[in-house]
Design a protein around this ligand. Structure first.
Ligand code: A2P
Length: 334
């Protein structure tokens, strides 16, 4: 009989937690027992996994006895607080937060990009930033073939990145604005309905946001290249749950759009959607509820005098590949 695992989800009631439960079920992950953990507020409620009702328990230090794999998506503070309890219980923590991503003995994994790093773990594996995952699924195959030197990104990030409350706020504000009612932003610094906000996470003294620098440092870590030049502008847009990104890529070697399409067509986790004549290009509504990252608008960068630059556009489901699916794929690697 093949091995089965006891799995815990910390943050099971959140936007990503709910998707983790569905993903374990959809991918038929070999779950022996599933333990659903959240705050005291949710304890005693039930959620369904494979047709069975499971009672949500309060997350405590004692939650990890007999657990093999603990998927965490309840924020950095909770991950930091319970890391020791998970590791002491002999479980492997797959953490969706940014708490440990840059630690040397914590592998940062996108299974399509650097699966070999998973074996370096000491009990904790980090799930990268959602925008970084979506970007690298598309960029890594091109990097492997043509050696990336520099990347400039502008993101169009969905409200799901701020959790269930972010999505709820977009829905509520849209209704309120159409009804000419007063709004009061809570999940975001400003109104998100019919607006966009060029500010995700906190600002550093150099003018970049933490989200933008996560994309820089996490990309360097996963592509194993500390000299890679990366500059990003991260923008929150009034979209429910799929992120999009405009990427300008500079390679050491020449690459034509035709070649890039061929490389990407054979890459895992990618669907090339690139037929402008038929009005086909990546869009967040098409990426929603899709496991794969959509890549299109592939063209030669005309600002250059050589063929070493490409512009591309990508869309990917933030809750799935940006978080829950990638975490479950890491568990599959284990
Ligand atoms: P709860 O629903 O009980 O508050 P999201 O990112 O979508 O906002 O979800 C956050 C997740 O983290 C939810 O499952 C939430 O549970 C959980 N969570 C928040 N605070 C705590 C806490 N103090 N202990 C355990 N889980 C928490």
């Amino acid at each position: 009989m093949s091995k089965e695992f006891n799995v815990a989800i910390a943050g099971a009631t959140g936007a990503v937690g709910i998707e983790m439960i569905k993903t374990l079920e959809n991918r038929n992950f070999p779950v022996k027992n599933l333990r659903l953990l959240a705050s005291k507020r949710s304890a005693g409620k039930t959620m369904t996994f494979k047709g069975t009702e499971i009672t949500i328990e309060e997350l405590t230090e004692d939650s990890f006895k007999d657990i093999d794999i603990a998927l965490f998506s309840a924020g950095s503070d909770i991950s930091k607080k319970f890391r020791k309890a998970v590791v002491d219980a002999g479980a492997v923590m797959i953490d969706n937060s940014s708490a440990f991503r840059m630690e040397d003995d914590v592998p940062l994994i996108v299974p399509e990009v650097n699966p070999e790093d998973v074996k370096l773990h000491n009990g904790v594996i980090a799930n990268p930033n959602c925008s970084t995952i979506i970007m690298l699924v598309a960029v890594a195959p091109l990097h492997k073939a043509k050696k990336l030197k520099r990347l400039v990104a502008a993101t169009y990030q969905a409200t799901s990145g701020a959790g269930a409350k972010g999505m709820a706020e977009l829905e509520m504000q849209t209704r309120q604005l159409l009804n000419e009612e007063a709004i009061s932003p809570e999940a975001f610094a400003h109104r998100i309905g019919f607006n966009l906000i060029p500010h995700i996470d906190s600002f550093y003294d150099n003018g970049y946001t933490k989200e933008e620098l996560k994309m820089l440092f996490e990309t360097r870590k996963m592509l194993h290249d500390d000299n890679l030049q990366v500059s990003c502008t991260c923008v929150r847009v009034p979209i429910m749950r799929a992120h999009s990104e405009a990427l300008n890529l500079e390679f050491e070697n020449e690459v034509t759009p035709e070649e890039a399409r061929k490389i990407l067509a054979g890459a895992p986790g990618v669907i090339v959607v690139d037929d402008p004549a038929k009005l086909e290009y990546p869009m967040p509504i098409d990426a929603t509820n899709q496991d794969d990252i959509l890549v299109g608008r592939i063209r030669q960068d005309i600002s250059r005098n050589d063929k070493c630059g490409l512009d591309i556009f990508v869309s990917g489901d933030q809750v799935l590949k940006g978080a829950a699916l990638n975490a479950v794929q890491i568990a599959e690697l284990l």
